[in-house]
Design a protein around this ligand. Structure first.
Ligand code: FE2
Length: 327
């Protein structure tokens, strides 16, 4: 197996036929790409672990692991799921094509490979990969910023991670689309990102905030929405950021929305956010038991703050995940 030696896009070519491998490698190197070759499916999977790969050209019928298997494994792993996969195949049946699509393949090439077709597909998929990489790095900057804010307060350690796990489970239980579940996972980390604009003297103040300080603090919902607005992939995250402090009776902020007018994703996040605050240690009190925390939340729901139906579903999630001892 040969690996790439410079910064040009690196293409993984996996084929058990030496002649096919050599042909693809020669055509791609002539275009200035780096090429890593693998002689079978297992070697392709090993190659993905040891280096950056920007595109994978996988033969379908290979020893140890087929192109379908490798593609499926790549699309299941967070580190490799965004690498475009082209299945290079001598199989022409619609059944194989459908199977390839089900495994997550981005494109297909028929053997014998035509040079023009190969290069056209490679160029276009690498262009998409480049945009995806840029988007990923913008997202990771936002996540790092959000986590650095969390890091300012030792009592919120691990808070975002727990919120992501609770809210995804709750969203799934409520039958929300996968798109909204992903938005909740992101929202769990970035919902308080606007606190970057709140001075530490207010953010970490141990006592109650003055009216003026409270106004500054409340701006974090609007500032956070503004920070994340340029990212199109965050369009379903923005309502979570803006509305996670609304209350059912309209007494929340920033827009005083009521009941079902508050986006369901924001209602989910606020329920898990409050639960996590109550069930972990704080400077002013010890962590409450899950039952006590849920009890307080139900009282607050009766006062018109939170959506009680979501609290009920959340209790189901806690029981399912054995966060709570069932009777
Ligand atoms: Fe907040």
């Amino acid at each position: 197996m040969r690996e790439h030696e410079n910064d040009s896009p690196n293409i993984l070519v996996a084929d058990d036929s030496e002649a096919s491998r050599d042909l693809l490698e020669t055509l791609l190197r002539a275009e200035g790409y780096s090429v890593a070759c693998a002689e079978d499916g297992q070697e392709a999977l090993d190659a993905l672990r040891g280096q950056r790969v920007d595109l994978a050209l996988l033969d379908v019928v290979m020893p140890r692991a087929s192109g379908f298997d490798v593609c499926q494994a790549m699309k299941a792993m967070p580190e490799t799921r965004l690498i475009p996969v082209v299945l290079v195949t001598g199989l022409h049946s619609a059944k194989d094509r459908i199977h390839g699509i089900e495994c997550g393949a981005d494109d297909f090439l028929k053997k014998p490979v035509s040079k023009e077709e190969l290069l056209a597909r490679v160029h276009s998929l690498l262009r998409i990969k480049h945009f995806t990489d840029e988007l990923e790095s913008a997202e990771s900057v936002l996540f790092s910023l959000a986590l650095s804010i969390e890091g300012k307060d030792p009592y919120t350690d691990g808070h975002c991670k727990r919120l992501a796990s609770y809210s995804m489970a709750l969203a799934e239980r409520l039958g929300l689309s996968e798109e909204l579940q992903v938005a909740l996972r992101r929202g769990a980390t970035v919902h308080d990102i606007g606190k970057v604009a709140v001075p530490e003297s207010i953010l970490l103040k141990p006592g109650p905030l003055t009216l003026e300080e409270r106004t500054v603090m409340q701006q974090h919902t609007i500032v956070g929405e503004r920070i994340c607005a340029p990212l199109k992939s965050f369009r379903h995250v923005l309502p979570i950021i803006r509305h996670h402090h609304e209350k059912q009776d309209g007494s929340g902020y920033p827009d005083g929305l009521r009941g079902a007018a508050i986006p369901v994703t924001a209602r989910i996040l606020q329920v898990v956010d409050i639960y996590d605050a109550l069930s972990t240690n704080r400077p002013y009190r010890q962590a409450l038991s899950p039952q006590d925390a849920l009890g307080i939340m139900r009282e607050e729901a009766k006062r018109g703050w939170w959506d009680e139906s979501i609290i009920n579903e959340f209790e189901g999630v806690l029981q399912d995940q054995l966060f709570v001892q069932t009777a």
